[in-house]
Write a protein that binds this ligand. Structure first.
Ligand SMILES: [Zn+2]
Length: 301
């Protein structure tokens, strides 16, 4: 059994307690539709599972068209307006984070919408209203940045809404959460996916070990280690973003986490640690982009 929401609504709605500041409870949600976990390992033929930097180098540089959407209240006011400076900061962060994936982002344009409901509402109502209105630019990655979502005491930070739509709240227009959600758009899964399941990703990286399942469990990337969700366990991460805990996988094997696992953009980790995509993740993302028509349409020719 995974988490409650995944079983009931097919959404991996994951919740964590940020204990980095001991007095304040700081919850994070990321809404992402995880895959069904495979009991028997059948690697997906659409992916090579390569971790070879030379193969990554063989991909051409691509430029993704991005359209940003900001939301004010009906009267045009906002507690935290999406300005042109902030938009450029978002683009700069994405271009820095995805540089080594050979993906860059170019602003197609932005719109500021005066609508008090879209400004601050429930994540699902927001998504429905966006989908039913004229709020999508075809052939672009649409990033919606409302003030807040009312879910979970306003602490929901963002999510992937469809192949070409994603959202983060205004608190995260320039944080690792923005990069994390674009990672989902590029087909990357959470590095801890299914860690509580009986088909959890096993620690071993020896392909001859009968327990080896890195190609069909967890995030299906072999150079990210099997790992748990670390929200609520930030005392297991030291100030250098290194893991100092002793948790085990679902078979009782202690996790062997490296700094790059704790720093991974797709991990549920300390906010300030997020800085890394592995070569395996970069390759998987590039292979995903190559096979997905909606993503191909975002690429500037
Ligand atoms: Zn996520």
């Amino acid at each position: 059994m995974l988490d409650f929401f995944q079983n009931t609504a097919l959404f991996a709605v994951l919740l964590f307690l940020n204990s980095s500041s001991s007095e304040t409870e700081n919850f994070e949600y990321c809404v992402y539709d995880d895959e069904v976990f495979q009991q028997n390992c059948h690697p997906d033929p659409n992916f090579t599972y390569s971790t070879d930097p030379e193969y990554l180098d063989s991909f051409p540089e691509i430029k993704i068209r991005v359209h940003l959407w900001g939301f004010n209240q009906d009267d045009g006011s906002s507690e935290d307006k999406l300005t042109e400076d902030k938009i450029h900061e978002s683009l700069k962060l994405l271009n820095s984070a995805f540089k080594n994936m050979k993906v860059c982002f170019e602003l197609d344009g932005f719109d500021l919408i005066n609508d008090s409901e879209l400004y601050w509402t429930n994540y699902y109502k927001f998504g429905n209203k966006i989908r039913s209105g004229d709020f999508t630019r075809d052939n672009a990655l649409n990033i919606y940045i409302p003030y807040k979502f009312t879910n979970n005491n306003d602490k929901l930070r963002g999510g992937k809404m469809s192949n070409n739509r994603m959202t983060v709240n205004m608190l995260n227009y320039n944080t690792g959460i923005l990069v994390h959600e674009v990672g989902h758009i590029f087909g990357l899964m959470h590095t801890h996916s299914g860690y509580t399941s009986q088909h959890c990703e096993r620690v071993t990286r020896d392909e001859n070990d009968p327990n080896y399942n890195a190609k069909c469990a967890g995030d299906r990337v072999t150079d990210t280690n099997a790992m748990p969700k670390l929200y609520g366990k930030f005392h297991k991460i030291n100030e250098n973003c290194e893991y100092i805990g002793d948790a085990t996988d679902c078979e009782g094997t202690p996790y062997t986490l490296e700094k790059s696992d704790i720093q991974n953009f797709m991990a549920y980790t300390q906010h300030s640690c997020r800085a890394v995509f592995t070569t395996g993740q970069k390759i998987r993302a590039r292979e995903y982009i190559a096979n997905q028509k909606p993503l191909q349409e975002m690429i500037m020719k």
